[in-house]
Design a protein around this ligand. Structure first.
Ligand SMILES: C[S@@+](CC[C@H](N)C(=O)[O-])C[C@H]1O[C@@H](n2cnc3c(N)ncnc32)[C@H](O)[C@@H]1O
Length: 261
């Protein structure tokens, strides 16, 4: 099976889990509808005032973060290859009277109308593992930026993926090639049936190199000892809602900014 077919199978799995995610405690759509902003403080700090600025949110799932940027005044476009996610995001925008455009597309086949159109391109949490070719993705993201525009990527740090539940080292940071897994229970809900998903490991070095090769200037890389959910039994939730390992031994999130010259 080639990468296109693996991504098609991933797309079907994401279609299957969107409904479960919309009703989940993790996404808490009721609070979002009541006005809660789903963005984390360091994302807002990284982008600053987005009011009136154009923002492309890649791999936006069903759009809560995209619509949160819209609530802050950005002119937003969300892209995801899952038709279910895009339909849900579009319906939410309509229901909440938020101005947003959602486009169904694979990040490797973005429509030409997005080229050079954005002050910001944003991609966050649980996205980089779905990309078989970081260089191709970085080129696609860079193409959508205006000169002077900023790419912001935040994701779960690859070092956090190396340990088993007892925090024993379980795999190599330097592994490569795709990994296949049959999944029914996701991080936020349960699908009706199991689906096979393919992911591709990445490293900080491969990410930063891909951004450089795409002609972007990396201006900031932050490694944070925080997670959005309890990935390991030893994690403890703080008053700020983030999960931490006692003593902050390893990075759990990575946030990176790069500018198109
Ligand atoms: C973990 S979710 C992103 C989560 C988002 N940060 C959130 O919390 O809502 C990953 C998303 O990437 C999308 N996706 C995966 N591979 C993709 C691809 N090649 N092109 C476009 N979207 C893709 C999936 O459909 C899914 O909605």
């Amino acid at each position: 099976m080639d990468e296109k077919q693996q991504m098609l199978r991933n797309q079907q799995a994401w279609d299957a889990q969107t409904g479960a995610h919309v009703g989940s405690e993790f996404y808490d759509v009721a609070s979002f509808k009541a006005g809660k902003n789903s963005l984390r403080p360091f994302e807002q700090e990284a982008l600053g005032d987005v009011s009136g600025r154009s923002l492309l949110h890649l791999m936006c799932h069903f759009g809560l973060d995209t619509l949160s940027w819209a609530r802050l005044g950005a002119q937003v476009t969300g892209v995801d290859f899952s038709a279910e996610s895009i339909a849900t995001a579009t319906a939410l925008a309509q229901e909440l009277s938020l101005d947003a455009r959602f486009v169904q597309a694979n990040v490797y086949e973005l429509p030409g109308e997005l080229d050079g159109a954005f002050d910001f391109v944003v991609m966050t949490y649980g996205t980089l593992i779905w990309l078989p070719d970081l260089d191709g993705w970085a080129r696609a993201a860079a193409r959508c930026l205006k000169p002077g525009g900023t790419l912001f990527v935040a994701d779960f740090h690859p070092i956090a993926m190396l340990f088993d539940d007892d925090l024993a080292l379980a795999r190599s940071y330097f592994r490569s090639g795709p990994a296949e897994r049959e999944v029914k229970q996701t991080y936020a809900g349960e699908m009706d049936q199991p689906h096979i998903q393919t992911t591709w490991p990445w490293t900080v070095g491969r990410l930063v190199t891909a951004l450089g090769r795409a002609g972007l200037q990396v201006t900031r890389v932050d490694e944070l000892p925080l997670d959005l959910r309890q990935r390991h039994p030893a994690m403890v939730q703080g008053d700020d809602g983030f999960w931490r390992l006692p003593g902050d031994p390893i990075p759990l999130l990575l946030a990176c900014q790069a500018i198109k010259p």
